[in-house]
Design a protein around this ligand. Structure first.
Ligand SMILES: [Ca+2]
Ligand SMILES: [Ca+2]
Length: 206
């Protein structure tokens, strides 16, 4: 058994037997039949491309059964891990919605390309904050990631590890009063390539 994940072709090795190999009639993964066209059978190994096999697009232990006519079934248990962080598959959300005088939890949900949460993995990210303060009546101060902010600023290179749900969280607190037309926009992006994760969270006082 080798280490494997949803992003890469998985090779399962067997003691080679040409007659057995030629007699293979079907493969199941966790009981689901796999199209043999999606399986690459060669001397001593069978490889599977998770891109073509949905049963291999989630992490966990996969029981792979190879049936060959005239032979008893061969069974291998293969552990599959989650893939790399996918920018397009990850999300940024806030709960509850931003409101005056209220603290909301902002959550970066780190997912791989198949939407599997990536637990206990490090992510270095920036928080880009755009404050709108057109009306000078109130000099609004927002508290974001424990920092008091009253103008545009980017908090750079926050180094955090996701929790067991794949989440990274920080708080956003709005001031008790925001002037009509003023507000804030909060965007998170990956530090290494400045790729935006999800869409900005915004509040604009109506
Ligand atoms: Ca601004
Ligand atoms: Ca203002």
């Amino acid at each position: 058994m080798t280490s494997a994940d949803v992003d890469n072709i998985i090779n399962v090795t067997f003691v080679d037997d040409t007659a057995w190999r030629n007699a293979i009639s079907g493969v199941t993964i966790n009981g689901t039949p796999i199209n043999l066209a999606d399986v690459n059978i060669s001397a001593g190994s069978i490889s599977f491309n998770p891109a073509n096999i949905s049963a291999l697009q989630t992490p966990g232990n996969k029981t792979i059964v190879v049936n060959a006519t005239g032979y008893s079934a061969a069974t291998v248990v293969q552990t599959i891990g989650v893939g790399m962080l996918s920018i397009s598959g990850s999300t940024f959300s806030v709960n509850p919605a931003l409101a005056e005088g209220q603290t909301s939890a902002a959550t970066i949900r780190t997912n791989d390309q198949y939407g599997n949460a990536i637990a206990n993995q490090n992510l270095k990210y920036d928080i880009v904050i755009d404050v709108d303060d057109t009306d000078p009546t109130t000099d609004e101060a927002y508290t974001i990631h424990n920092r008091s902010v009253n103008g545009d600023i980017t908090i750079i290179g926050i180094d955090t590890t996701s929790n067991t749900q794949g989440d990274i969280q920080f708080n956003i607190t709005l001031p008790a009063t925001v002037d009509v037309g003023d507000g804030v926009s909060v965007l998170v992006r990956r530090y290494s390539d400045l790729a935006n994760i999800g869409s900005p969270i915004t509040y604009s006082k109506q």
